[in-house]
Design a protein around this ligand. Structure first.
Ligand code: NDP
Ligand code: MG
Length: 388
């Protein structure tokens, strides 16, 4: 029996990992929709290869190129933000949400509102919309399958017990490529150094988030929404080998961990096959070759992002959406060579301080408004402090 699949963000890193699994199981999957932002030629090639019914570029300016590249294929082409949301609302068996940033929020909400099953990699959407998204999931009977490796690990460990019996959930963090750098070295870190992740191959934005530890901050907020145990039971530990993807400790002090190669095809496969299992092309875990697993406390002096995220989710309301929006703006500025590495967290903190009276968003539109004004605030900070 074939299953239908929509992949939001098909031209990215998670998109490629998902399509690798689909390519190996062509008889199982019918690809309905593939989307990108502006990579029209790449998207058209994927749509042709997988026989998609519809290809969408959210950047409308890329639609002519998409149309040209799909000419004669019989594949429908569409462009613009509205087309993206309409595509995400089409009924399918599973939607893989792999757009980067809050830009993925509206299509994820569209998939939720039709009660779909969503494999959620796009953590910024959940961080920004928090309660609004989780309320929509409950209201529409949607199913969120956590695809982020840590949350997928926790989801798998939770199959062994009840959430009421959880004493602690520990997110593991690699610490990123700059984990051992001094403050002075961090001040001078370049984009190339920040995206050179030791264990994972990922898109540029999440690679920088991993280097600043904001990725773990976003994941802390993501875990708070996905697994209702309360903030006091959420912890973070540095584990540079990225073999243990996260852990759940129950009240009898039994701790369950999920281990595996640092390859996103593992958590993606667990979502695609859920509640069953499927083969992946990965080598078996060789613990003797890995040799040792080590663990450290996070250092919030050099890497303040996890503190900022914890404070934002404790403050609640609009703070997580502001944190995320400011981080997106600051990371883009860092990648463009406009600000220093250590300014990223500073811009996030200053934006949060300046936007503290923003009301708690109660709908998708209100979340998007908070996101927009926090971006404007962060941008104005950048204009005043460029190159510092
Ligand atoms: P990439 O940057 O590699 O890919 C992003 C995808 O989103 C591309 O298809 C891109 O299209 C599309 N896109 C970019 N901007 C927009 C926009 N404004 N509107 C619509 N679509 C857009 O990202 P990743 O695959 O690394 O990450 C995707 C998500 O998954 C992120 O939220 C990330 O945090 C999360 N994640 C990623 C992991 C990884 O290993 N990569 C691990 C865990 C979570 P185009 O090519 O046209 O720009
Ligand atoms: Mg992760």
């Amino acid at each position: 029996m074939t299953r239908t699949l929509t992949l939001l963000g098909a031209t990215g890193s998670i998109g490629a990992s998902t399509l690798d699994l689909v390519r190996r199981n062509r008889d199982v999957w019918q690809v309905e929709v593939l989307t990108a932002h502006s990579s029209a030629v790449e998207l058209a090639a994927l749509a042709r290869e997988f026989g998609a019914r519809l290809a969408v570029v959210s950047d409308e300016a890329a639609l002519p190129a998409l149309r040209a590249a799909l000419a004669g294929s019989g594949i429908e082409a569409a462009g613009g933000a509205r087309a993206l949301v309409e595509a995400a609302a089409r009924p399918v068996d599973i939607t893989v949400a792999a757009i980067v940033g809050c830009a993925g929020l509206a299509p994820v909400m569209a998939a939720i509102e039709r009660g779909g099953t969503i494999a959620l990699a796009n953590k910024e959407a959940l961080v920004s919309a928090g309660e609004v998204m989780m309320a929509a999931v409950a209201r529409h009977g949607a199913t969120l399958l956590p695809t982020d490796s840590e949350h997928n690990a926790i989801f798998q460990c939770l199959a062994a017990g009840r959430i009421a019996d959880v004493a602690r959930i520990t997110l593991t963090a690699s610490g990123g490529p700059l984990r051992t750098w001094s403050q002075a070295q961090l001040d001078a870190a370049t984009p190339a150094q920040a995206v050179a992740h030791p264990n994972w191959s990922m898109g540029a934005k999440i690679s920088v988030d991993s280097a600043t530890m904001m990725n773990k901050g976003l994941e802390y907020i993501e875990a708070y929404h996905l697994f209702p145990v309360g903030l006091d039971k959420l912890a973070i530990v540095i584990h540079p080998q990225s073999v243990i993807h996260s852990m759940v400790e129950f009240r009898d002090r039994s701790t369950l961990a999920q281990l595996g190669p640092s390859d996103m095809r593992v958590p993606i496969a667990s979502c695609l096959a859920w509640p069953d299992r499927m083969d992946t092309p990965l080598a078996p875990l060789d613990l003797a070759a890995i040799g040792e697993l080590t663990f450290f406390q996070p250092d919030e002096q050099r890497f303040p992002a996890t503190r900022l995220a914890r404070e934002a989710i404790r403050a609640g309301g609009s703070a997580p959406a502001i944190l995320n929006a400011a981080n997106e703006v600051a990371v883009a500025a860092f990648l463009a060579g406009q600000i220093r590495f250590t300014r990223i967290a500073a811009v996030v903190e200053e934006t949060l301080q300046r936007s503290h009276d923003a009301p708690a968003p109660a709908s998708l539109d209100e979340v998007l408004n908070v996101d927009r004004s926090a971006r404007a605030q962060a941008l104005s900070l950048l204009e005043n402090t460029a190159l510092v």
